[in-house]
Each structure stands twice: as structure tokens, then as C-alpha cells.
Design a protein around this ligand. Sequence first.
Ligand code: IFM
Length: 452
Amino acid sequence: MPEANAFPDGFLWGAATSAYQVEGSPLADGAGPSIWHAFSHTPGRIADGQNGDLACDHYRRYHGDVDLMAELGLTAYRFSINWGRIFPHGTGRINPQGLGFYSRLVDALLGRNIVPMATLYHWDLPLALEQRGGWRNRDSAGWFADYAQAVVRVLDDRVHLWATLNEPWVVAVGGHLSGDLAPGHKSPHEAALVGHNLLRAHGTAVQAYRAEGRHRIGLVVNLEPQHAATRAEADQAAAARRDAFINRWFLDAALLGDYPEALVQGFGPAWPDFPRGDQRLIRQPLDFVGVNYYSRSVVRQGGADVPARAERVRQSDRPHTAMDWEVYPQGLTETLVRVARDYGNPTLYVTENGAAFPDPSPRDGTVQDPERTAYLRAHLQAARRALAEGVDLRGYFAWSLLDNFEWVYGYSKRFGLVQVDYATQARTPKASARFYAQVIRSQGAALDAEQR
Ligand code: IFM
């Protein structure tokens, strides 16, 4: 039975990207290198030795890309700002050419009636700041607030939706605990400290925004339900620990003003002492929460990993994407309803959702990607269900507009609605993009059209 068509007027239908993943030209026009520039130029770090030097060349082709968005009928575009384009050394002298790029991008979007949502930090810390201790340094909160202020001062007249950080959990854990992502450190103590300083940076940036900006600002987190593999108490407890680690770490701190007890206990002696008063800075009133949702985890007790001591169990009877992530659309409804319930019904956006699959070559001007289309349909239906359950959901951003640089996987994983031929930079909208365009045109009704 199709749900009543619950997408409200003004619901944003968007797609998302991030600076390092699509822009290319990382050092153009006076920009300073980021930790991702350094990391991807370190042998052995990225599949096939790839890097973001060219990526989708969005820095030079943004105009054509905005035309493409308009052609698909997108009403919003979520992008991130590369800090090192604005402050080549992270602090100090502003580089007007860097600001100029984002200003032109925003004008191009507004010229096509596309609402811009700007993320201030999507993982590309200026290398100069990493050399000063990066997010491990308590000063990072001040550096970030100054950067936020400079950007907001120039763009807030036209950008009315801002996010401070994208997925701080991934920055803390991927960058400082597992070490898979830049800057590649492996230390529980650092990961906890970095998480805390990211939250302080979020808090100071929101304060800077309240002084300088006049619109709306929020935080974007990655969430995934943690389901126990069995009813055994030990597995239930493992799922609860992993839930505190992945889902509650940043939301509890930013929205409730405290860390989950299970998280602090899980880190044990690696958990640093933080000055009293930090929690007050971290808990700033927010205008929205952005939810990035891809999959769920099924877990059982096991492993010595700090802080969750839980093991994932692969659900081999269920479909998986090319990232080996289970396709689990009902988890999106579950996640949105849970955030609404546990955190006082904040305004929400799905700021990322999508799937990588190996796509065939273009034929007759399109790319057939039935699995991605099915993923998109099912997740949009799941978002609609959350709306029907009373969640204040204001928009959905597909990840991603374009195939792009998928971090350590290089260009081998394709998440785009639009295929990119990296040799020629040709863009070909996939069938999923055409489907999304129909959904947008019909304000959701096409979700219930017969599936071919
Ligand atoms: O590509 C990433 C993005 O940068 C952050 N969220 C998840 C995406 C897919 O892995």
C-alpha cells in the first residue's frame, strides 16, 4: 500500500558532494594543501595510487554541473568548502580567490533556483594545521571558528543553510583510531580527544554563526542502527555499546550536553580529562540535524576493540552494495524516528544517502543502474514513512551527484546519479538520475509508479 504522499511543499530534493571528492585543482589560485592531499600522495594509502588532483574537475566545470542539476530538477545542492582555499595556512591571511570560487558557485546555483547547503568541514583540514597538532590541539576550535566567520561573512547573504562538520565520528575514528583515513593515526586516546575537539569546534562555529550569520546552521552525523545478532544478553549489550559509540557519541554531546556512559567506559583509561565547561560550549541550540544514512549493522559480542568490543555479522542472505554494506531501507525510517524521539524532535535533513554499484558503460546516452534506482526508491519511501510518523524532515540529499573520489577506494566505487568518465570528464546521467527527476517532478508520487 503506498503511503499518503507526505512530502510537504518546500521539501528540498537535493544531491550532495564534498570538496576534495569532486573539485580537483587542490592547489589552484593560492589554495594550501590539505591532509587529504598529503595522504593521497603517500604511496600505499589509496587504491591504485589515485588522488584528488583532478577528481571530477568540478572546480573548473561547476557551471556545467549546475546546469545538469537544473536539468534533473534538483531544488538543492549540498557541497563543502575546502578550508585551505580560504586560509591557505589554516589561519591568518584570507585568500580572496578561494572565497571567489564558492561565491561564483553559489551565484550559479541561485541563478537556477537551487538552494545551496554549505558544509564547512568535510575532512580536508589544512595541512599547515595538522602540522600544529590538527584536531588534537585544543586551539583547533578557535581556528575553526575564525574560518567559519570569514566564510559566513561573505556567503550568508546567499547561503541560508549551513552545516559545521560532516561526520565527525569518521574524522575521529577513521583518521585517529583505525588510521584508514587522513591523517592516518591509530590511538584510542587521540580519537577521543579529536572527537571532543571537533565538538568544541562545532560549538564555537555555531557561536560565530550566531554573531555573524542570520539563517540556519546544524551538524551532520553518520548514523546506522545497531541490531543484536541474537537475543542473548551479551549480544544485546554489545549492540548497545556500539550504538553509544557510533550513534550517540556526537548527538548526545551536541544535543543533550553529555557523553554516553557506555562510550566513556568503553574508552576506559584512553578517555582524556576535559575541563568542566566544555560541555556548555558544545551544546549549542541547533537549527537542524543532518543525518547521513547508508546501512545498518548486525553485531554480536566479541573482539577487543576499544570502545565497543563488538563484532559485525554479515547478513549474507540480504543484498549488499559494492561497499559490502547491507541494503536496509527500513533502517532509515528507524533512524529518523529514533533521532526525533530521543533528541526532542529536531528539524532533520537526510544529508546523504546512496549506494555504490559497478555500473555498465553508457549506452544510448544513459547508464542502466537498476540496483541504485531500487535503492533510491526504497530509501525515499522510507523517508516518507518517517514523515508520516511525524518526523520534521525537510529535505533529502542523494549521495552523490557525481561518481567521485571515494577516499581510500579512489575512483573504484561509484556512488553518482551521474556517471563520470574520468578520461574525458564526460557526464552521463544514469537511469537512477532520471528516476529521481521524475520523483522530484511528481513531488514523490513517482515512488509508487509500477516498477519496471
Ligand atoms: O563518500 C562518503 C562521504 O564523503 C561521507 N559519507 C559517506 C560517503 C560514502 O562512503
